[in-house]
Design a protein around this ligand. Structure first.
Ligand code: ZN
Ligand code: ZN
Length: 374
């Protein structure tokens, strides 16, 4: 090492200056290395699982923006992202479904379309599964588009159906793996039972529903697949019409999804190093009764991180209420399209977005690295 040679030959002041320079170089190396770890996917002590290699949850949260700025004062909870009054016009779509649940297109289609729309990045958020994550990562690298990974879970809070979005959690966490397995099994049994009831009045069988499933056992099966079978049989013109009829929550064939308690879901994702957000909390078309402020505050106490405010289902007065709650409790405010691909829902990819600073907060809180292709 040239610094050591120089310091051996240099007496007094020169030795002192050389030692100081070594310390500065060392600090710079540590700083550069820490930035590399955060901005690329090189993280300490990775754990492997079938879909890829993931690091353990970070013990010490750091604030990092997508441009790599570090702020050590961050306490891991507060929101340093600005809460906007209006939906962002650029950013990330954090709510997208693919063929691994009830979407009609692949993770590759999702990333390609996000790239073509000029989004800054996209999040996969299939129901009750991480099965599409590996394909989404490959697509993000192919199209060089940033990606974060998530899941949407149907839960229950005070008898109200709540959709929880969770991002950047450790997919190997035993509690999460068990949760998904039991949710998917319960959803499958309930879907089969609904098909038995519907098939008494409509020309579909369970095999017709299976014919709508693209990824076999890896697909989370649910009501949208019944709807697709009904459309294929000519009973309805499209999925939305089927949801307004036989598969809707007000139909006589409807059986509710068996759901875990929402606070337990929030705690499970928090333990797995994830970031949890209530999806479309103000959408009056999904529930006769909406979550009250007190219901949401119970989830905040359990570790909730944010609210999906920018979603087509939330009407203006509900957006105002959710924004006020977010300001009061320093919550993240997110947006997403709830895209299901062509033939899924009319929702267009990128029609609602999350700003870059909020995504940076999600990334710094999360247990796994984002995919940020260079
Ligand atoms: Zn939802
Ligand atoms: Zn959704």
């Amino acid at each position: 090492m040239c610094c050591r040679v120089a310091s051996r030959e240099a007496p007094g002041l020169r030795r002192f200056v050389a030692a100081g320079l070594s310390a500065v170089v060392w600090c710079l190396l540590v700083y550069v290395r820490s930035r590399c770890c955060l901005s690329s996917q090189i993280m300490p002590t990775p754990v492997s699982e079938p879909g890829g290699v993931f690091p353990p949850p970070r013990a010490t949260p750091l604030r990092v923006s997508l441009t790599g700025v570090l702020e050590s004062a961050y306490d891991g909870r507060m929101t340093l992202a600005r809460i906007p009054d209006a939906p962002p016009s650029a950013g990330w779509d954090l709510h997208c479904h693919t063929v691994f649940s009830d979407g009609r297109q692949t993770p590759d289609d999702m990333v390609r379309e996000a790239y073509e729309c000029g989004l800054h990045g996209v999040a996969i958020a299939d129901h009750d599964t991480t099965a599409g994550w590996a394909d989404a990562v490959k697509a993000a690298e192919r199209y060089r588009l940033p990606l974060i990974r998530g899941t949407e879970v149907t839960a229950d809070a005070s008898g109200i159906s709540v959709h929880m979005l969770a991002y950047q959690y450790d997919p190997c966490d035993a509690r999460i793996v068990d949760l998904f397995a039991s949710l998917r099994a319960a959803r499958l049994a309930r879907t089969k039972r609904m098909v038995e009831l519907i098939s008494k009045d409509y020309p579909i069988t369970w095999d017709d529903v299976l014919a709508q499933i693209r990824e076999g056992d890896e697909t989370t099966v649910g009501r949208p697949h019944i709807a697709d079978a009904l459309v294929a049989a000519g009973a309805y013109p499209d999925r939305s019409a089927a949801f307004a009829g036989a598969v809707g929550s007000r139909s006589p064939y409807y059986i509710p999804t068996p759901s875990p308690d929402a606070a337990d879901v929030v705690r499970a994702f928090r333990q797995a190093g994830g970031v949890s957000v209530i999806a479309h909390a103000g959408d009056p078309s999904r529930n006769r009764r909406l979550l009250s402020d007190a219901d949401i505050e119970t989830l905040i106490d359990a570790g909730l991180d944010g609210l999906e405010v920018w979603h087509r289902g939330n009407p203006p007065q509900q957006r105002e209420r959710l924004l006020a709650l977010a300001r009061r409790h320093n919550l993240l405010v997110t947006g997403g399209s709830d895209w299901h691909g062509k033939g899924g829902k009319p929702n267009k990819l990128g029609e609602n977005l999350t700003d870059d600073d909020t995504v940076a907060c999600i990334i710094e809180r999360g247990a796994i690295p984002p995919i940020l292709p260079r």
